[in-house]
Design a binder for this molecule. Sequence first.
Ligand SMILES: Nc1ncnc2c1ncn2[C@@H]1O[C@H](COP(=O)(O)OP(=O)(O)OP(=O)(O)O)[C@@H](O)[C@H]1O
Ligand SMILES: [Mg+2]
Length: 258
Amino acid sequence: MTEVAVAKNSTASTSDLVVLKSVNKHFGALHVLQDIELTITRGEVVVVIGPSGSGKSTLCRTINRLETIDSGEITIDGKPLPQEGRELARLRADVGMVFQSFNLFAHKTVLENVTLGQLKVRKADKKQAEEKARALLDRVGVGTQADKYPAQLSGGQQQRVAIARALAMDPKVMLFDEPTSALDPEMINEVLEVMQQLAQEGMTMVVVTHEMGFARSAANRVVFMADGRIVEEATPDQFFSNPRSDRAKDFLSKILHH
Ligand SMILES: Nc1ncnc2c1ncn2[C@@H]1O[C@H](COP(=O)(O)OP(=O)(O)OP(=O)(O)O)[C@@H](O)[C@H]1O
Ligand SMILES: [Mg+2]
């Protein structure tokens, strides 16, 4: 218990929520994250874009410690990422993650998917967990699907359940790794709208996406990565109208003319 109390007391009251300092990571000979410096403030929406293989997913995965780093430091709310055990489970709850593939538990109902973490990690009361789950499912527009199994839902509905599941843990920050790229076109907007709403409500978000409309309208900042480095950071307006680096110009000319 003491360590929890200490950890709470040491929680920085600054506006910095996620801080990466000199972060390096290799996969064998590949230097996949190179001296990454990134600070995400409370309530900020950061869109990460860049060519395939530039390290965007790896960056997200290091923030909730699905990947370890070789050197540097990552802190969430002033605390270094825990190594293992219950502290790590709590970190994963604090850092909500939504992946390209929906990652719901196939053998559990939608409602159970959204209550599970609350019961196991947050030790919530069952009735309260269900009430909260239903409210969140309503909020993302799938309240009527609560008793179905994931396979009975469309991709867009499943992805919204995945968002509700992450939100049920009251995360400090939400990470989205290409949440719409596995969806049929007609389902993309329903997911982006939920994300847009979250952004407006002040959720701190890191979003890897190719949806430039979302980046323009929801992002406070665009981070452009190439070859494991952050090459450029700017407001969406600056970035899209006046990219500075050749890599960003080249990337934008390819994606915007498709
Ligand atoms: N577990 C792993 N083992 C070895 N190499 C990996 C592993 N995961 C990723 N890589 C490599 O690291 C590099 C960065 O991968 P990452 O998935 O972070 O890129 P990305 O920017 O998300 O790309 P995409 O836009 O295609 O999703 C790639 O060259 C990839 O092949
Ligand atoms: Mg990726």
